[in-house]
Design a protein around this ligand. Structure first.
Ligand code: CTP
Ligand code: CA
Length: 225
């Protein structure tokens, strides 16, 4: 659909998207991670590229092909993801944090393979940097910061808290019901909240369609900038 190019406010803008899970190493053969498939982030990157944006997709380990006209940077840990994103802090017009970043990582990494020993084992975890909040905290008025909040049903308030706490322009509240919405599935039910107080509830739809609807809403916000 090269025909889409040139008709959008996103044309020529730099869009940076994080996607997928992160992996936090315990030792040479083990890690802590989550079930994120990366589908929502990849759908957003794909849709933005079709609108002519210059897209950088910073992805954790996922089993998805790179969308056309997208620059993909593969990372593993949250710290690596942050390092990659920071390179685009100044240049990007729109940052979308769609990755399921591990909140914690093991305090120490042990090379090789840890042998089993006692009946119990403790792994001390330390907080990872918040990649999205880090971008939002330094952004200039012309830049947009967008996040996701995957919460169990009825927990919209948490999404609103995150919108405010991270100083975002928009947050996509994503209900996790394990079936039609959330990790690994192709569909999603999202509600968009913006910093200026709007609430837009979208029906359950394909993640690809949800990505387009999010970009439509973001284009309207860019128009006002
Ligand atoms: N995020 C991030 N870096 C982190 C944690 C989260 O960039 N270290 C981003 C995610 O990509 C998402 C948003 O922040 O866009 C919200 O992530 P979420 O896990 O829902 O919220 P947290 O702030 O981590 O709070 P909690 O997990 O306690 O609900
Ligand atoms: Ca989290």
């Amino acid at each position: 659909e090269l025909g889409d190019i040139g008709k959008s406010l996103l044309t020529g803008r730099q869009v940076v998207v994080t996607a997928g899970p992160t992996r936090e190493k315990i030792d040479g053969v083990r890690f802590i991670s989550n079930y994120s498939s990366g589908k929502m982030g990849f759908a957003l990157a794909c849709a933005a590229a079709r609108r002519g944006a210059e897209v950088v997709l910073v992805s954790g380990p996922v089993a998805l092909p790179t969308p056309d006209r997208v620059e993909r940077i593969d990372v593993e840990s949250a710290e690596e993801m942050e390092e990659a994103v920071t390179r685009f802090h100044q240049s990007c017009d729109l940052f979308i944090g769609a990755a399921a970043v591990a909140d914690y990582r093991p305090e120490t990494f042990r090379a090789g393979k840890i042998k089993k020993n006692n009946e119990t084992m403790d792994i001390r975890l330390v907080r990872n940097p918040d990649i999205l909040a880090g971008f939002a905290a330094q952004k200039t008025p012309g830049q947009l910061a967008v996040g996701f909040a995957l919460e169990t049903e009825g927990n919209e308030a948490y999404a609103l808290e995150k919108l405010q706490a991270k100083q975002l322009d928009m947050i996509a509240f994503n209900t996790y019901d394990g079936k039609s919405s959330g990790f690994e599935v192709d569909t999603n039910q999202i509600t968009l909240f913006t910093a200026d107080g709007t609430r837009t509830e979208l029906p359950v739809m394909e993640k690809k369609e949800a990505a387009k609807r999010m970009l439509d809403a973001l284009e309207k916000m860019l128009e006002k900038k």
